[in-house]
Design a protein around this ligand. Sequence first.
Ligand SMILES: Nc1ncnc2c1ncn2[C@@H]1O[C@H](COP(=O)(O)OP(=O)(O)OP(=O)(O)O)[C@@H](O)[C@H]1O
Ligand SMILES: Cc1cn([C@H]2C[C@H](O)[C@@H](COP(=O)(O)O)O2)c(=O)[nH]c1=O
Length: 211
Amino acid sequence: MSKNGFFITIEGPEGAGKTTVFHHLAAMLSEDGVDLITTREPGGIRISERIREIILNPEHEEMDGKTEALLYAAARRQHLVEKIEPALKEGKVVLCDRFIDSSLAYQGYARGLGIDEVLTINQFAIGQTMPDLTLFFDIDPEIGLERIVRNKGREVNRLDSESISFHQKVCEGYQEVLKRYPDRMVVIDASKPLEEVIQSAYSAVKAVTNG
Ligand SMILES: Nc1ncnc2c1ncn2[C@@H]1O[C@H](COP(=O)(O)OP(=O)(O)OP(=O)(O)O)[C@@H](O)[C@H]1O
Ligand SMILES: Cc1cn([C@H]2C[C@H](O)[C@@H](COP(=O)(O)O)O2)c(=O)[nH]c1=O
């Protein structure tokens, strides 16, 4: 696919503050006149939101790890062709809450399926369309999970309920992903107060989009 837009993803463990900062960042970039669309994974469009309901349903305890990885990749494929690629083709900035790196860290590393194996199924799903910039929200998983527990309004999904050792592995998985993609990934210290995290994310985007 030929594209002239710019693809930004936000990644990190549970409770890192991704979604909160995502909304602030979108508002700040729109204010700057950036032609932007916002979206999330799994989800973003009708079919992928339906797949999200299946994956994250806490009652689906018996879901096999490979089934999980394939469902994320299937949701990603439909999201890509229906929403992300058309927006990039039109020259827009796409801001997406989670994308392929979540699959590499959660399914590839933490579930033990293998980062290379999960990368292969995702390459089948997305071809060459990788993020241009990824903001990685770095936080101790225990602090992230504590934030979620304090946020009483948030529903707890099937992956939130995994053990602390699973969430620690997710963080190790992200460190592996960072080693693979140092050029597009920027580490944001997500343990800082919210205003500081928002400013770091905004500065990182401005630094690569020149303005
Ligand atoms: N820098 C921060 N300091 C303290 N609390 C924060 C900070 N950023 C976000 N929070 C709070 O932490 C909770 C989780 O934030 P948020 O939902 O944005 O995280 P997330 O990374 O999107 O989590 P998940 O991936 O699990 O959906 C919210 O209650 C939010 O208000
Ligand atoms: C895209 C993607 C997501 N996940 C996990 C990460 C979270 O536990 C949920 C999504 O919930 P959120 O509140 O929207 O962050 O799904 C994953 O394991 N693999 C993926 O590819």
